[in-house]
Design a protein around this ligand. Structure first.
Ligand code: DHB
Length: 488
């Protein structure tokens, strides 16, 4: 009887395991490629989890400069042993993200991954699940990015990774991908993700990283509606079409899958205008609850009217950007009314005039739409529910019969919930960019992220580049100079 029981247990155990695949890396399975005279080995489409739920997306490619396969080969003073690992994600619009492979960008120039190889970095580029897949809703995207980091550490420990220092992993992404990069950087080893990592058979390794680069991160989604109205309240026309932009479409450099930005304006409804007024009034309490301080240790706050030191801090970021533009070109601010200039100095800024100049992209609420129709509503759906609210405000004021996402899952998508917490290893080095003309989210959102990191002893390089809207990877020389400066 006992024998039969044991045989049954073993058989069941084997059957259970047979659903899982091993975490493999075959160092002999690569192609040699060359783009723009940059030669590299490409190990492509490697599954980074042992129980993939979306096998087409839970794969990663690893690209290694060819020099590291010659004895003692170096590039940019890096070697196979100490080359940093650049880890870009191709996520946009919270959609599934494809592998961000080395190649030429829309502008015909070397993209970030190809630049990284030229500079001697190893590139590890995972595809990542997104909101339109059956198993792709929150928190799938961050679980996959973490699993890819764990996979790299796993094959490194087995001495299979041909080159690259897994203690020097730098993430990169734009917009939803920037939010994802920030989330990876903020949440290293946080226990809250474990059950999701176990579900897909992620390697039992650490998932903290060295540095994070976030271009225009669409983050802090559960508070961004208030921040948006703090800046755009009073402007009642907006410039977004109801449809998503077509893949690869558009004549500007907005990321794929970003909402379609229109020239023609639509007018917000009375309900949306009322929502704007309420959300604006709610922002100061939220902002003050964060207890943020500037680099000199002064508290940054807002009074009930939305005025105060935090507003001055935000204005000074734009003033610094405008000063740079004026220094480069004396006529740069000629037709721009929101900056006050005295001689060759930018001395003041009017945030209301800025909002008129930049124009509102999204109706209120910008992210958690009252009709439950935004991409973010879809991101917070479940396997069986297409879309849900994720703020109490939109849920309470919903125009449709829609539920609200699980509080624990909303928490898993916000980096602010993890920075400085016990048992979490937040990346030490950060570079965050939000273009002066970006209105997919407002600058207060990445500014709060930057301040929270600064207040928790991270090194943060945060700027608003002049002349840029919602875009990323536009300053690759500076990006890689920054990475060199923190790695060397
Ligand atoms: C992106 C842009 C948005 O405006 C948004 O709400 C979500 C994502 C993007 O470009 O990824």
């Amino acid at each position: 009887m006992l024998k039969i029981f044991c045989a049954l247990v073993i058989a069941l155990g084997l059957a259970g395991n047979s659903f899982a695949q091993d975490l493999n890396f075959n160092a002999e399975s690569y192609e040699v490629k060359e783009i723009n005279n940059i030669a590299f080995r490409a190990y492509e489409n490697i599954c980074y989890v042992s129980r993939p739920l979306e096998p087409e997306y839970q794969v990663m490619s690893i690209y290694i400069p060819a020099e590291y396969f010659q004895d003692g080969g170096t590039v940019n003073n890096y070697s196979a042993a100490n080359a940093p690992i650049f880890m870009p994600n191709g996520v946009g619009g919270y959609m599934p993200g494809r592998i961000a492979a080395p190649g030429l960008g829309r502008d015909g120039k070397a993209n970030a991954a190809l630049n990284a190889l030229a500079r001697g970095y190893v590139v590890a580029a995972p595809a990542i699940r997104g909101r339109t897949l059956k198993h792709g809703k929150a928190p799938a995207l961050i679980v996959d990015y973490k699993a890819a980091v764990r996979y790299l550490r796993y094959i490194k420990r087995l001495n299979l990774l041909p080159a690259g220092d897994t203690e020097k992993i730098i993430s990169n992404g734009t917009s939803a991908g920037g939010a994802l990069s920030a989330l990876l950087g903020a949440t290293g080893n946080a226990a809250e993700y474990k059950k999701y990592l176990d579900e897909i058979g992620a390697a039992d390794e650490r998932d903290d990283i060295f540095a994070a680069m976030a271009y225009c991160p669409i983050t802090d989604l559960d508070h961004a509606d208030m921040a948006y109205e703090w800046i755009f309240n009073g402007i009642n026309d907006y410039h977004q079409a109801k449809m998503l932009r077509p893949m690869n479409g558009g004549g500007n450099n907005r990321p794929e899958n970003a909402p379609l930005d229109t020239k023609a304006a639509a007018l917000m409804s009375d309900v949306q205008i009322a929502a704007s007024n309420k959300l604006k009034a709610m922002y100061p309490d939220y902002l003050n609850s964060l207890n943020l301080k500037d680099a000199q240790g002064n508290f940054l706050t807002l009074n009930a009217n939305g005025e105060g030191s935090f507003k001055e801090f935000i204005k000074n970021i734009y003033i610094a950007a405008a000063q740079g533009a004026l220094d480069a070109d004396k006529s740069a601010l000629n037709n721009i009314k929101c900056f006050g200039v005295d001689g060759d100095r930018v001395v003041s800024m009017d945030l209301k005039a800025y909002a008129e100049w930049a124009t509102r992209l999204k109706a209120a609420p910008a992210f958690d739409a009252l009709d439950n129709s935004s991409g973010e509503n879809n991101e917070f759906g479940t396997e069986s529910i297409n879309a849900q609210h994720f703020t109490a405000f939109a849920y309470d004021n919903s125009l449709v019969d829609a539920g609200i996402a699980d509080e624990a899952i909303i928490k898993l998508l916000n980096p602010l919930n993890f920075i400085g917490h016990d048992g979490v290893n937040t990346a030490k080095h950060w570079r965050i960019r939000h273009g002066v003309l970006d209105r997919d989210t407002v600058i207060a959102v990445p500014a709060v992220l930057a301040l929270k990191l600064l207040n928790n002893n991270c090194a943060v390089d945060f700027k608003s580049p002049w002349g840029y809207g919602h875009a990323g990877d536009y300053d690759l020389n500076e990006l890689f100079d920054w990475i060199d400066s923190i790695c060397k």
